[in-house]
Design a protein around this ligand. Structure first.
Ligand code: UDX
Length: 477
């Protein structure tokens, strides 16, 4: 690492107001600040208040002297739930109300480079162009899903889209370069489906495609991935987007770069309160005996689905640690949204149900043998780093693509996509934990070694971060 020098660059990092976006972009912010770039991290007030309560971010500027926080309102009333089905409304609201506020900050703070969440593509590009600030996009999704989003118009041109209905779901998509014959219609991003899942936050396919194509206007794009993980797609992507920086897995990268003092406090950048009792519970479980179950920060499930998962887990006779967020049970007409008491009681014999955990630490705990996940990109890449095989139940957006990568490209787990049945859950848990354990563990361990190599000194992601910093300094002049 180069000796610390104060940089004249001032980077504004602007994530979408959602857990899966804020945590990876905050990891990047810390990595840039470690290298003495001036970084302003712009949150909505709601997200910032939650990070202050649950992630102790107020201590960060003392640890990273060039990192500061700024906030803007998200334009929604205080009492808005900002969760579950309505979790994308803050994103839309910021797009509508945020422009003058962002303009003000860019100008007043003399920002020299804007690193914007690609989901804010048009808004951020237009402003950057108007003010004359160079812009870089950051994508919180994997390169494969980004490429799939990008390729959607060409799938319409070649008549591979639209998906006509249930009977069409197993048709193979053959023409995405680098992903030929990998995806079936059911593995395309959920936005391509004629029928969305119940309770799924709604984003129109046209918005996803147009925001993705906005990245062509950015000076560069940064991905929280590593070259060995998505090599075939990245080589195609680089032809369309010549300046790509793959710098992930960022949480691991932060750990490998940060000096001990800055790194003594672990942080999952959580906007939920972590229930640390799960760590003591894990300590008391046998080696690789626990299935860790979590569906991220947005997924909602019906009480019927919850019961199917629960029965499958109990019938598998495995131990399990299950994150059931307080807002996870889908709202329904006059229905009870609490976790049924018999499930909580019936879990106690071999399981633990909690509201939120320090996931990165849980995944690296020696007692964890598998991860039942919705395959959000952060969860997927965190599991890859920890070398933990996955059982996938994708919910929406990029997760359908990610779970296909897990099962069919990387072969580090199984994909139960579109099925929620106690027998399937039981069988898949047994396959990953017992019957095919060695096979999955071996592939997962190989991938974990590659992930760590990529962010270690001399690895591609490590070098790409240096290149990214040089690039920021160059375009900031
Ligand atoms: C969303 C999308 O679903 C995801 O696909 C996209 O890539 C980013 O935005 P989310 O659904 O929350 O994110 O999933 P994910 O990307 O996996 O992010 C969840 C984050 O919360 C992870 O970093 C995970 O470590 C953290 N988490 C989750 C906890 O710290 N504790 C928990 O109990 C559960």
């Amino acid at each position: 690492m180069k000796p610390p020098q104060t940089s004249s660059a001032h980077v504004l990092i602007f994530p979408c107001p959602a857990q899966g976006h804020v945590n990876s972009m905050l990891n990047l912010a810390q990595l840039l600040a470690l290298r003495n770039l001036h970084v302003t991290f712009l949150n909505t007030e709601h997200i910032h208040n939650r990070l202050t309560r649950f992630a102790d971010i107020e201590s960060l500027p003392a640890r990273y002297h060039t990192l500061r926080f700024k906030t803007i309102p998200d334009g929604l009333p205080e009492e808005h739930p900002r969760s579950g089905e309505r979790s994308v409304e803050p994103l839309h609201s910021v797009k509508v109300h945020g422009k003058p506020l962002l303009r003000d900050i860019l100008v007043k703070e003399k920002v020299t480079c804007l690193v914007a969440d690609g989901f804010f593509g048009k808004l951020a590009n237009d402003l950057a162009e108007e003010i004359g600030v160079p812009i870089i996009h950051f994508r919180t999704i994997g390169a494969s899903c980004f490429w799939t989003y990008f390729w959607i118009p060409y799938l319409f041109d070649s008549n591979e889209l639209p998906v006509t209905g249930e009977e069409d779901m197993d048709r193979i998509i053959s023409t995405i370069p680098g992903m030929e014959n990998l995806l079936r219609c059911r593995d395309l991003p959920s936005f391509c489906r004629p029928n969305r899942a119940k309770g799924e936050p709604f984003i129109p396919l046209e918005t996803i495609v147009s925001e993705t194509h906005q990245t062509l206007r950015a000076r560069a794009v940064v991905f929280n991935t590593f070259d060995d993980l998505e090599a075939p797609v990245l080589s195609h992507l680089r032809r369309r987007f010549p300046t790509i920086f793959t710098v992930g897995p960022l949480h691991q990268h932060r750990e490998s770069r940060a000096p001990t003092a800055a790194n003594t406090m672990k942080s999952n950048n959580s906007i939920w309160e972590e229930d640390m009792s799960c760590m003591a519970w894990l300590d008391s479980q046998p080696f690789r005996s626990v299935v860790y179950v979590s569906f991220g920060s947005v997924t909602t499930v019906t009480r019927e689905s919850l019961l199917e998962f629960w029965c499958g887990l109990v019938n598998s006779k495995m131990r399990f640690l299950w994150v059931v967020r307080s807002d996870m049970i889908a709202a329904g007409e006059g229905k009870d949204e609490s976790v049924p008491a018999e499930l909580v009681e019936g879990t106690k014999e071999r399981g633990l149900m909690v509201g939120w955990v320090p996931q990165v630490e849980v995944l690296s705990h020696k007692s964890v043998g598998a991860f039942m996940t919705h395959c959000g990109w952060n969860s997927t890449i965190e599991s890859v780093v920890a070398g933990v095989p996955m059982i996938c139940w994708p919910y929406f957006a990029d997760q359908q693509v990610n779970s296909r990568l897990v099962s069919d490209s990387w072969k580090v787990g199984l994909d139960m996509k579109d099925v929620c049945d106690r027998n399937v859950v039981e069988n898949m848990v047994n396959d990953v934990m017992v019957n095919r354990k060695e096979e999955f563990l071996q592939s997962a361990e190989k991938l974990a070694i590659l992930a760590r190599k990529n962010v270690s000194e001399g690895g591609p992601s490590y070098d790409n971060l240096d290149r990214l910093i040089e690039f920021i300094e160059l375009i900031s002049q």
